[in-house]
Write a protein that binds this ligand. Structure first.
Ligand code: NAD
Length: 250
């Protein structure tokens, strides 16, 4: 690997490593990505199924789309890349902070034992009340009659806690300042076509992109300092191992 970790600026007492993951992280666990050859968007039109407009107009179709994705994700298990991130977070705790922000809505990082993972686009394990906007542990699958435990019994109250097109992702009040503080930003398995995550690299000092694909042509992703091409299960564990050696030897 040609990355020179000595170049990383480690300001302050406690370095911060920022990891951003996308659907590619879970692809080898059997959860389809959105934009690859076999991705979900080849079968469904996102504007039809993953938008606020669709939720309002075709509620049960949107629910069925998520019910099917939740069902299909249930037997999937964490892969070597999820486990490598979780172990890195745990082992590095005495030496540095490791922030893992995922665009994924699955729970494979949690199943891998990750001490902390922040879901930028929500998650399959919780439901959101459309009235009070509180989240609750998901109970079963989505039906139009499901009501919020704390609101009056209004129909259509509960929905998947998934950020739809037209909604603002979670965490945007604190994420930019952490991106600026990070000594290294690692982006893994994301096409970089969904904003604001696609712009995160612009805020960072040193950045590494792991992906199967080459970068798109006109793109904030041209801002990356280093690129590693290959499956994340094969490329991420050795990268984190090297980074660990570097950060623990200072
Ligand atoms: P995307 O489908 O746009 O891109 C996936 C990227 O991962 C592609 O660039 C692809 O080349 C790369 N990739 C595929 N397999 C890989 C592997 N084994 N190793 C390394 N890279 C690999 O997905 P995205 O960028 O995350 O798009 C964002 C949206 O997709 C988010 O809103 C997210 O919620 C949603 N999404 C989540 C899941 C999930 O929770 N697992 C699944 C599908 C989509």
């Amino acid at each position: 690997m040609e990355i020179n970790f000595k170049e990383l600026t480690l300001k302050g007492d406690r370095p911060l490593v920022f990891i951003l993951s996308g659907a590619g992280l879970s692809a080898e666990s059997g959860i389809p990505t959105f934009r690859d050859a076999n991705g979900l968007w080849r079968k469904y039109d996102p504007k039809e199924l993953a938008s606020i407009r669709a939720l309002e107009r075709h509620t049960q179709d949107v629910f069925d789309f998520y019910n099917e994705r939740i069902k299909n994700a249930e037997p999937c298990r964490p892969n070597a890349a999820h486990i490598a991130i979780a172990n890195f977070q745990k082992e590095m705790a005495p030496f540095c902070d490791v922030i893992h922000v995922t665009q994924n809505v699955d729970n494979l990082n949690e199943l891998a034992g990750a001490p902390r993972v922040f879901h930028l686009h929500g998650d399959f394990q919780t439901s959101l009340c459309r009235k009070c906007k509180k989240t609750f542990p998901r109970v079963g699958f989505y039906e139009r009659e499901q009501v919020c435990p704390v609101c009056e019994a209004t129909n259509f109250a509960m929905r998947p806690n998934v950020v739809l097109f037209g909604e603002v992702p979670y965490g945007m009040d604190w994420i930019p300042s952490y991106l600026k503080k990070a000594c290294v930003f690692i982006s893994v398995g994301t096409s970089g076509t969904v904003y604001p995550a696609a712009n995160f690299v612009r805020e960072t000092k040193a950045s590494i992109r792991i992906n199967l694909d080459l970068d798109p042509l006109i793109h904030p992703y041209s801002k990356f300092n280093h690129r590693i091409y290959g499956k994340c299960t094969e490329t991420l564990p050795p990268l984190l191992e090297e980074l660990k050696k570097e950060l623990t030897s200072r």
